[in-house]
Design a protein around this ligand. Sequence first.
Ligand code: GSH
Length: 367
Amino acid sequence: MLKKLAVLFAVLALVAAACGGSSDGEETTTTTAPGNSGQEGGSTLDAVLARGELICGVSGSAVGFSETQADGSATGFDADYCRAVAAAVLGDATKVQFRALTAAERFEALKNNEIDVLIRNTTWTQSRDTDIGMQFVATTYFDGQQLMGNPATLPGLTSSSGFEAIDGATVCTNAGTTTEKNITEGAQVAGVSINLETVETFPEAMEKFKAGTCDLVTTDGSGLFGNRAAEANAGTEGASEWVIFPTKPISKEPLGPVVRQNDDEWFDIVQWTVFATFIADELDVTSANVDDMMDATPELTRLFGGEGELQTSMGLNPDAFLQVIKQVGNYGEIFEKNLTGPLGLERVGSANEQWFNGGLIYAPPAR
Ligand SMILES: N[C@@H](CCC(=O)N[C@@H](CS)C(=O)NCC(=O)O)C(=O)O
């Protein structure tokens, strides 16, 4: 019912704005304009409801995070978070249009309303948060930058090697990333000189690394572990011997969904979709048992749409988060399915554990 009303209002708003053609320049700021409605006064939620589909910006070639399939869909951890938002907003996790973006393209695409949300292994930084009109919701993957090299060509390289091991090396990565900045600054601080080569996408950097044009590649550790596992699975000679170092990453890379600034309703929706997956993980609620767990505790009753629910006040259906868990899974399921299972990326012992297990995954209470 609420959803229908929202759709009606969105349609009316579109018609009114189309007919009105406001000449008031103050009302049309590009950074605050709603996603794809192209009209002032709307919101990303209204635009998504009216369209019946979420447009989600992903990489499309980030192993384990978002990989474009032949039919245009995407698989991976980030892709599943796109599906989770669609399940919350539209009640259907399949209603996602994936938009593959390079690192350098991603923020303009969000700013220009080409996408509703950006979920593309994107690091939360001060400048992205403040300077360029982005807003970061809760971190879904706590990462850190590392390097990867082949000990067959760089003798003596081990996982505890540090900056000394890269002096004089050609290091490759993709442009428009925190990666290129961190490695440049890190090398300066360590007093080593490197030849940094940036390409458009990380798969291109991997090709150059395999061809021997790059001595080393560098990116978020998850990307290195993912690529190494994928190459080893594909039978690339020597891939399982490639060394990822240093053990303590050279930077912090908190990755998570990003929305435009000044759309608080949409920010809350994406934020609480992520929190719902954290809370379900914390309380052992899975896609398989969510229907039975609905009344297990008062908090779960509220979160899944029973007495005291708060989803309708967010513009969602009461069962929005029940649909997220049922159709996509809790945080641990999404992690295991995309990262630990296929790529061996361990959650245990990492910062991506729940807070009560010594990790950083922590959702505020649903009340
Ligand atoms: N987290 C960093 C790096 C993001 C990044 O581009 N990561 C690589 C490595 S996983 C990637 O997405 N590659 C896939 C591609 O280039 O499309 C950032 O936000 O700047």
